[in-house]
Design a protein around this ligand. Structure first.
Ligand code: NAP
Length: 401
C-alpha cells in the first residue's frame, strides 16, 4: 500500500504529506455517506494544498463486510490497522438490540482505549432547527467513553451470575433487590474521569473556550456521578489552577477575561440550560450515559443527527465517525444526509493539522445549506429547497468549497 504512516513522538502527532488512513465504510447507509464524504474530503485537500498533500485511504472491515469477509463483525486486522495508523474514519455499524453481539462501536472504543467521545455542536446557518435561536449553540461535548453502565458488565434476569450477585448483595450488603431483576454494574473511576476532564481542559485552552462544565447526576449516584464531579474539580485544581476561576469564586457575574470559568451542573438542570441559556456554555465534560443523551439533545437543537460530527479519541489514536446510525430503511438509496460524516472528516483534517481543508469543508456545507441545496431530511423542513440525493449534496458542497 503506498503512503506513509502517521507517527506519535514525544507527545506529538507527526503527519506526513501522504498519510495512510484506514476507513470503515459501515453498514446500512454507510456506503452512500462514505462515498459522499470521501469525495468532499479528497477534493478539499486537493484544493487546499494543490496536490502536495494527499490521503491514502486504506479500507478495513467491520460489521456486515467484516462478517462476509472474515466471519466476524470486528476482525482483529481492523483493530490492528487503526492502532498502527493512529487515525481512522468510519460510517455507522449495526448493533443488534437485546441479544447478538455487543456494540461494535463500544468494542472499538474499549479495545483502542478511545476514552473520549468528542462532539462539537454548532449551528450551520440555514439549517432548519426546532429552536428559536440555534445560532447560540456552540458547545463541544467530551463524553467519557470506556466505563459507566456502558462498560457492558451486565447479566440477564435468572442467570447464574445475576442470581449470585443478587444473593450476595441481599445477604451481605442488606440490599433488597428483587430476584427477577437483570443486573448491570456502573463503574466510574478516578483515572478515567481525570484523563477525560484533562482532555476537555486542554481543548478549552487551545481553542480559547470560555467555560468548562462538569455535568453529572451526583445528587443521586454519589459515588459514581458525584465522584466524577469531585475528581473533575480535583484535576482542574491540581493541573490548571492558574488558568481557571471556579464559579463559587466569582465576585460579580462576569469572570475575568483571561480565565476559563469552571462550574458543574446536575444533568436534569443541564438539559434545561442547553435549551434556555446555551450561550453560557462552551465545553461539557460528562460521564458516558448522560453524555450520550446530552450529545444527541444538543445535535437536535442545531438540526439533528444528520448534521452532527463526532470522534472517539484516545492518546493518540482517534476514529472520526458519523454520529447517527445505519438508518437501514434508506440503505442503498443514495438518499440520506452525509453531512455528519463530511463534518467528521473536517474534524479529522483538523486533528491532522490540515485546518485549511477542514475550514473549506465547513464553509462548503454551510453554503450548500444556505443555498437550500439539501437532502430530504432538511428539504422537508424548508420552503423552496432543492431536494438532492446524498451524492448530489456532496457535489453541491464540492462546488462551494
Ligand atoms: P438511525 O440509524 O440513526 O436512524 C434513525 C432515523 O434518524 C432515521 O430513520 C432517519 O430519520 C434519521 N437519520 C439517521 N441518519 C440520517 C442521515 N444521515 N440523514 C438523514 N436522516 C438520518 O437510528 P436507529 O434506527 O435507532 O439505529 C439503526 C442502527 O444503527 C442500529 O443497529 C443502531 O445500533 C445503529 N447505530 C449505530 C451507531 C454508530 O455506528 N455510531 C450510532 C447509532 C446507532 P427519518 O426516518 O425521520 O428520515
Amino acid at each position: 500500500m503506498p503512503g506513509s504512516r502517521i507517527e506519535f513522538k514525544n507527545g506529538r502527532l507527526i503527519v506526513p504529506d501522504d498519510p495512510v488512513i484506514p476507513f470503515i465504510e459501515g453498514d446500512g447507509v454507510g456506503p452512500d455517506i462514505w462515498r459522499a464524504a470521501r469525495m468532499v474530503i479528497d477534493t478539499s485537500v486537493e484544493r487546499a494544498y494543490g496536490g502536495s498533500r494527499v490521503i491514502k485511504w486504506h479500507e478495513v472491515f467491520a460489521g456486515d463486510k467484516g462478517n462476509d469477509l472474515f466471519g466476524t463483525p470486528l476482525p482483529e486486522e481492523t483493530i490492528e490497522a487503526i492502532r498502527k495508523h493512529i487515525v481512522g474514519i468510519k460510517g455507522p455499524l449495526t448493533t443488534p438490540v437485546g441479544g447478538g453481539y455487543r456494540s461494535l462501536n463500544v468494542s472499538l472504543r474499549q479495545r483502542l482505549d478511545l476514552f473520549a467521545c468528542i462532539r462539537p455542536v454548532r449551528y450551520y446557518r440555514g439549517t432548519p432547527s426546532p429552536v428559536k435561536e440555534p445560532g447560540l449553540v456552540d458547545i463541544t461535548v467530551f463524553r467519557e467513553n470506556t466505563e459507566d453502565v456502558y462498560a457492558g458488565i451486565e447479566w440477564p434476569k435468572g442467570s447464574e451470575e445475576a442470581n449470585e450477585i443478587i444473593d450476595f448483595l441481599n445477604t451481605r450488603m442488606s440490599t433488597r433487590i428483587k430476584k427477577d431483576s437483570g443486573v448491570g454494574i456502573k463503574p466510574i473511576s478516578e483515572g478515567a474521569t481525570k484523563r477525560l476532564v484533562r482532555m476537555a481542559m486542554e481543548y478549552a485552552i487551545s481553542n480559547h473556550k470560555k467555560v468548562v462544565t462538569l455535568v453529572h447526576k451526583g445528587n443521586i449516584m454519589k459515588f459514581t456521578e458525584g465522584a466524577f464531579r469531585d475528581w473533575g474539580y480535583e484535576v482542574i485544581r491540581d493541573e490548571f489552577r492558574q488558568m481557571v476561576v471556579f464559579e463559587n469564586e466569582l465576585k460579580g457575574d462576569v469572570p475575568p477575561s483571561d480565565k476559563i470559568l469552571v462550574n458543574d451542573r446536575i444533568a436534569d438542570s443541564m438539559f434545561q440550560q442547553i435549551l434556555l441559556r446555551p450561550s453560557e456554555y462552551s465545553v461539557l465534560a460528562v460521564p458516558n450515559l448522560i453524555g450520550d443523551f446530552v450529545s444527541d439533545a444538543l445535535a437536535a437543537q442545531v438540526g439533528g443527527l444528520g448534521m452532527a460530527p463526532g470522534a472517539n479519541v484516545g492518546i493518540p489514536t482517534a476514529i472520526f465517525e458519523a454520529t447517527h446510525g445505519t438508518a437501514p430503511k434508506y440503505a442503498g438509496q443514495d438518499k440520506v444526509n452525509p453531512s455528519s460524516l463530511i463534518l467528521s472528516g473536517a474534524m479529522m483534517l483538523d486533528y491532522l493539522g490540515w485546518n485549511e481543508s477542514a475550514d473549506m469543508i465547513r464553509h462548503g456545507v454551510e453554503r450548500a445549506i444556505l443555498d437550500k441545496q439539501v437532502t430530504y431530511d432538511l428539504a422537508r423542513q424548508m420552503d423552496g429547497a432543492t431536494l438532492l440525493r446524498c451524492s448530489e449534496f456532496a457535489q453541491a458542497v464540492v462546488e462551494r468549497l
